[in-house]
Each structure stands twice: as C-alpha cells, then as structure tokens.
Ligand binder design. Structure first.
Ligand code: C2E
Ligand code: MG
Ligand code: MG
Length: 749
C-alpha cells in the first residue's frame, strides 16, 4: 500500500509497481486530488496510471482525468476548478502544443494554483527558463527520466505545492470575505439578522451549505439560551430555548462554548464563540461534509474575534441610540424619537392621526415645593397612567421636562380620554396627586411636511390653550398659526428695537381735579419702527411678558422714567410722582424689589416720588407673593396704584387688605359717562376707593364734561387727552410751562 501520512507528510511505504493498492481509512471520505493526464500517446496514460494508481497522498486518493489532444484538454480545463495537477505532454499536434495549453490553463481557464509537470519524449523540447517562470511550471521531465519512483516524487512535490497554494488562497479569500462582511455586521442593529448573517458567512468561509444555528445568552445571571438564527434543519429552532433543540449533543456543544468562552473545532464541526463579558454572548454551530482544514479553523477564529468586536459595537450603538432616543428617567421615547415617528407617520400612512401634546400645569412649582425626587416620581406615575389607558394603541414620548406627546388614531385619542386617564389615578408615594393638564391637539394634515412642523403645530395649540383656557385643550387651526407667527415676528422685532434703541418713553400728566394742579405723570412706552410706524404697547407688552423679555425691558423702563424724573426735578419740579407700569412677570421676578431700591438710589429720588402701577391680575397673584412685596414697597415709601380698576375680578374683601395707595378707574368707564346710567360704575369705584381710604384717579378724560362729572362724583384725580396726550420729554417740559395758562382756558375749575 502507498500512503502518505497527512500529519508528518512523510512517505512511509512505497508501492510495488503495478500492484493494486488499498486505501487507508481517512482517504475514504476525503476529497481526491484531481489529476489530468494530457498526452496524445495512449500508452503514456496507461503507464502513468500504472505508476500512480491507488496512491494516497496527504490522506487523499488520486483521481485521474484524461485528454488525448489539445482541444479535448481545453474543454476539460474549463470545467475543472479544483484541478490539482496536470501531467502534460509538450509535443502533441504541434511541437509547442503543450506550452500553448499551459498558456490556456493560466490565462483562459484561470487555474492559478493547478501545478503543471511537463513531459516530453525528446530532450530538445525543453522550454526556456523564462517560459517555466512565466507559466509557473513545476517541473520538466523527459519521459525516459520518469521512473515510477521519480514520478511519485514529482507528484508528491506538486501536490504539496498545490495544497499550500490552496491554503494561501483559501486564507486570502477567507480574510477578504471577513473584511468585506465586517461593515455589514457593524451596521446591523437587529440581533436576529446579525445572527442569520453569521451562519451565511461561516458557510461561505467553509464553502459549504448554510446549515447551522446561532444561540445567544445575555450575561444577566440567568441560564437563558435563545436560538437567534437557524438555517437548514435548524430553522424550526428559531426563537426557541436551546434546551428544546432536538439534538442534545449540539446543544451541549453550544452551551459548553458559551460557558468556556472558547471556540471548538472537531472533525467536521465548528462551534464559534463570540461575545462580550457583560453583554450578549453568542455561539454558532456549523458542520461541513469534509473535515475542517487548519486554515479554515484559523479563519473561523479570526471571524469570531471580528464578530465579538461587532457585537461590542452593537452594544455600544444600542446604548448610544438609547441615549439619543430614549428618555433616561421614564424609559420612554424622547423628543428626537417622537419627531422621527411623526415624520415617518406623515410619509407612510394615509390614516387619520391625532397628535396630543400634554403639558402638566405648574410642574415647576411642584418640583420647587416638593423636591426633584418627588417631581421624578410624579412624572413616572403620570406616564404610567397614560400607558395604562392607551396601551399599545398610541406612541407615547416625553417631549420636554413636563410635556408628553401622544400619537394615535383620532378615534383613539381625545381630550376627554386623556383627562380620564389622569383623574384621581396619579399616585405618588402612596398618595393621590391631583394633576391638571393643558393639551394642544394637532390632527395630521396634508400640508404638514415634517414631524417637527407637526409638533410645532401642537405646540402652538398648547400655547394657545395655556393662554386662554389653562387646564383644558385647544385644537390647532391655521388662524392660530398666523397669530403665533405674528407674535413671533413681533417678538423678534421687539428684541431688535430694544437693542437698536427704537423704544422710548412718553409721559402723561396726572392732575388734581379740584385744583388742576399737577400731581404726577404716568410713563408709557413707545415703539417706533424703522419706517416710522408706531406699534401700540398693548400689542407688544403681552408678547414681551410671555417671552420673559419684559424683565429686562421693565428694568430699562424703570431706569428711563426715574432718570427723566430726576431731570424734571433738576428743572425745579417738586411734589410730583412718576408712575411706572409694572407687569405680572416683572413683579414676580427675582430681586425685583432690590432693583427698585437701587434705581431710586442711582437717580437720587425719594421713594415717594415713584409710584408703581399694578393691574388687578398682579393684585390677584396670591397673598404670599403680593402682600409681601407690596408691604415692603410701602414701608420703603414707594406708592402703589391699582391700574384699570374694575376690569378684573378682584374680590373686595381681598382688596381691602392690600397695602395700596391709589386706584385708577379704567377709561372704559370714563368713556361711558355720557350714556344713560353710564356713570354708575365710576361712582361706585370712587365711593369704594374712599371707603378704603385710597386716592381715586380717573383715566381717559377727553373733555370738560368728563372732568366735571368725575369731580362731581368725588373723584380726586385724573389724566387724559383733555389735559394732555402722553408727551416725550422735550414736549413735556413745554407743557409744564404752559399748563397754568392752559388750565384757566379749559374752564373746569
Ligand atoms: P394703561 O397703563 O392703562 O395706560 C393708559 C393708556 O391710556 C395709555 O395707552 C394711554 O396712552 C391711554 N390714554 C391716556 N389718556 C387717554 C385718553 O384720554 N383717551 C384714550 N382713548 N386713551 C388715553 P397706551 O400708552 O397705548 O398703553 C396701553 C397699555 O399698555 C397701558 O395701559 C399699559 O397697560 C401698557 N403699557 C404702556 N406702557 C407700559 C410700560 O411702560 N410698561 C408696562 N408694563 N406696560 C405698559
Ligand atoms: Mg397704567
Ligand atoms: Mg390704565
């Protein structure tokens, strides 16, 4: 028997020529070496077979193919991708037919690894050295030289070279495959698809059918092994537990790899381990028909390392994605995720969807009062209530600190249902917490192009609801959008006007109705645009209040009014006050009182020379805030007036306790004086003011009749166009000079 030991690759027994040779065990299943004999002499074929038949080299038998002409050889070469060796006659139809065939073999059939041994009858036909190098020819022998022994030696050398070339080629192809599929693994987000690709690529590396399975185990202390992918006979195991696998032996191999963190290769089978220490660990099983070659094992190991880093990156990406798309406190989708969902819905669905933006009223106050830990718990309980009510019918996200986005069909979402979900159901630290929410609703509309625009629409509806009916809801409309756009433009313009010094103050004199003597001025702001238009303050002040700009603007107003008051005093004016309008937001802002005191000092004004006008809405803010600030202002000596009296909803008993000096009758009641029953409210306010020991001043006096009527009912003071329109500083100086003469001419005293 002639056997070459595949392990030490040594020839350990040599055949007796022509003897029939039995195979060893390993050779029975191993793929044979395919050897092509090309010779136009039939005897050469016989002799070669005779010399080599039954030979087993490196564990594999030889298998012979025969061609008797160049044409036949060409056909054979084209259909033989795994041809190990060609024993080739140089001279056939022509003296160089053999060399032409080598050219064909390398350049047409593209057989680069196939070894070529040239044989010739005549020594004179030896190819040039250049040709031997160019065509990668292994050996050149004259036929007479080739004894059986020499032929076997030549074949052994050629097959070893072929095998090594194949190993290199397999390695190169395998590495190329691993590198080229790496990107795909890194980008794959779905672990099932990832696992399926593992089987496909392992099969490609082993050049076998894609039949295998991948199971995963999360290192969470539980022995939970899930089949993530199964191909071929393992397809039915998908998503099942590994314990349910039909083949207990394979299940054992996989479990063993996962426990040891090692790959395992044996015979025809490969178990690949890849994973992370504190994340997902995975094991893949695959088998092939022929035993695994060492190069294949090495490639699989490299592939495993690659997969581990892909899985690590997958973990990283998942974490990054979670950070970017999931709210860390509530584990809900965040704003970014919600906007993406909205965009997706706009582009992919024709159904009627409704977006509800739910804002928790006064959440900041709860946070301040009860602490952030309580606030967090409230948010968690709140989100849970919404999820319990709507479940998987909707997409719920946390859009900002205290607002939630709810997206679902318009059949499913309604303000009523949202209220119902929260009523008496939010329980924090074992106690029910009453929450009030304001909701902005925006139906899906064909005009909306992006998710962000849709969310903005809901935001506009929410703002509208907050302003007009807090604790309830508003549905977005185009009118709302144009109002909102107008407000945004106004605010932008106001910002610019403020920085470009397009704002200025005017002053309207206030007089005693009995003597006509000047008692003070009300400062009023003016905004003149670049093209000379005036924008009335009752349009832009609310916008400034809403944006918070009023705090800075209010400081500037106070500064300017006090500075001009000082200039008036410098001109000899005495015994008058400067009244400055103060808005709610300003009044509530931090350090308001300090700023008032500092401004007075800066402009060397007596506190009694300043009066702050607050509206009834400020007065109604609540005892804690208002009384404290008002009492402090009072104790400083700064006067306080309630503006536009009679237009708000102040409770009289509350008013009685407020430390104020003056009430101002709103001009709407002054305008009505001439109408039948018109003076009634002005009279009532005057009487009330006197009962409360307050000064009463009427606004909007436009003629002598109003002056007289108000004076007759006991109103002490007044302001209005009849005496003077609001004037800029220079005009005011002129007016002050002319007033005594003008007063006489008016004929009211
Ligand atoms: P207000 O504080 O009640 O101011 C009185 C308004 O009545 C002023 O309107 C004034 O020009 C107007 N007025 C005065 N006399 C007459 C009259 O005889 N007939 C008529 N029809 N109107 C008269 P203005 O300046 O347009 O201010 C409107 C509102 O804007 C103010 O009402 C006040 O609430 C707010 N505002 C004006 N300036 C300021 C300011 O500097 N700060 C703050 N926070 N608000 C201001
Ligand atoms: Mg006022
Ligand atoms: Mg007023």
């Amino acid at each position: 028997m002639t056997v070459i030991n595949p392990a030490n690759e040594e020839l350990f027994e040599f055949a007796v020529a022509g003897q029939d040779l039995p195979n060893d065990e390993g050779a029975s299943t191993a793929a044979p070496w395919r050897v092509l004999i090309i010779d136009d002499d039939v005897d050469v074929h016989h002799a070669t077979l005779f010399a080599l038949n039954g030979l087993v080299l490196f564990g594999r038998p030889l298998q012979f193919l025969h061609a008797y002409s160049s044409t036949e050889a060409q056909q054979k070469l084209l259909g033989e991708p795994e041809l190990a060796l060609v024993l080739l006659d140089v001279v056939m139809e022509t003296h160089d037919a053999g060399l032409l065939l080598v050219d064909f073999l390398r350049n047409e059939a593209k057989l680069y690894a196939t070894r070529v041994v040239l044989r010739t009858g005549q020594p004179g036909h030896a190819p040039e050295h250049d040709t031997i190098i160019q065509y990668d020819i292994n050996d050149y022998k004259t036929k007479s030289e080739l004894t059986q022994h020499k032929l076997v030696t030549t074949v052994i050398a050629a097959l070893r070279a072929y095998d090594q070339l194949c190993v290199i080629e397999t390695g190169r192809n395998g590495l190329e495959l691993i590198v080229s599929c790496s990107g795909g693994f890194l980008n794959e987000e779905d672990l099932h698809i990832f696992s399926g690709n593992v089987i496909t690529q392992m099969a490609a590396l082993l050049r076998t059918g894609a039949e295998g399975l991948v199971c995963a185990h999360q290192n969470d202390g539980l022995s939970n092994f899930t089949v993530m992918a199964g191909a071929g006979r393992f397809a039915s195991a998908l998503n099942r537990s590994l314990a349910e696998l039909d083949d207990a032996r394979i299940a054992g191999l996989l479990r063993c790899a996962l426990a040891s963190g090692q790959c395992h290769f044996e015979g025809h089978e490969a178990v690949l381990y890849f994973g992370q220490k504190d994340g997902w660990a995975m094991a893949a099983y695959i088998s092939k028909k022929t035993p695994l070659q060492p190069m294949e094992q090495r490639l699989l190991s490299v592939f495993g390392v690659n997969l581990s880093s892909a899985l690590h990156n997958h973990g990283l990406m998942t974490r990054l994605r979670n950070d970017a798309y999931v709210d860390a406190l509530l584990h809900l989708p965040n704003r970014t995720s919600f906007v993406e969902k909205l965009t997706h819905t706009l582009h992919t669905s024709d159904a009627s969807f409704l977006l509800a933006l739910i804002d928790i009223d006064d959440f900041a106050e709860v946070n301040d009062l009860m602490g952030h830990a309580y606030g967090d718990k409230l948010l968690q309980a709140f989100a849970r209530c919404l999820m319990d009510e709507f479940g998987s019918d909707v997409f719920l996200a946390r859009v900002s600190s205290d607002s939630f986005g709810l997206l679902g069909s318009d059949q499913c979402i309604s303000h009523q249902r949202i209220k119902q979900a929260l009523e008496h159901r939010v329980v924090v630290a074992g106690q029910p917490h009453l929450v009030s929410v304001t909701v902005g609703l925006a139906p899906k509309s064909s005009g909306t192009k992006t998710g962000l625009d849709w969310l903005k629409d809901a935001g506009i509806a929410l703002k509208y609801a907050k302003r007009h009916h807090r604790g309830r809801f508003s549905t977005f409309s185009d009118d709302m959008a144009s109002v909102s756009r107008h407000r945004t433009q106004l605010l932008e313009g106001l910002h610019k006007a403020f920085t470009d010094a397009r704002l200025f103050m005017v002053y309207q004199p206030q007089v005693n109705l009995t003597t006509g003597q000047l008692i003070g001025f009300e400062s009023l702001i003016r905004w003149r645009t670049a093209d000379g238009r005036f924008i009335p303050p009752d349009q832009f002040i609310p916008v400034a209040e809403h944006s918070g700009l009023i705090v800075a603007l209010g400081d500037w107003i106070l500064q300017t009014a006090c500075r001009d008051m000082r200039r008036l005093k410098a001109q000899g004016l005495r015994g008058c006050h400067m009244a400055v309008n103060v808005s709610v937001v300003q009044f509530q802002s931090d350090g308001f009182l300090d700023r008032v005191v500092r401004t007075l000092q800066e402009h060397q004004l007596e506190p009694r020379e300043l009066e702050l006008e607050i509206t009834e809405s400020v007065a109604m803010l609540g005892r804690d805030v208002v009384e404290q600030v008002l009492s402090q202002l009072r104790s400083l000596g700064v006067a306080v007036a309630i503006d536009d009296f009679g237009t708000g909803y102040s409770s009289l008993s509350y008013l009685e306790q407020l430390p104020v000096d003056r009430i101002k009758i709103d001009q709407t009641f002054v305008t009505k004086l001439k109408a039948p029953g018109g003076p009634r409210i002005a009279e009532m306010i005057t009487q009330l003011g006197h009962k409360l020991d307050l000064q009463v001043l009427a606004e909007g006096i436009e003629d002598a009749g109003a002056w007289r009527a108000l004076h007759a009912m006991g109103c002490d003071e007044g302001q209005g166009y009849f005496m003077s329109r609001p004037l800029d500083f220079e005009a005011l100086v002129v007016w002050l000079d002319q007033w005594p003469t003008q007063l006489e001419a008016l004929g009211v005293i």
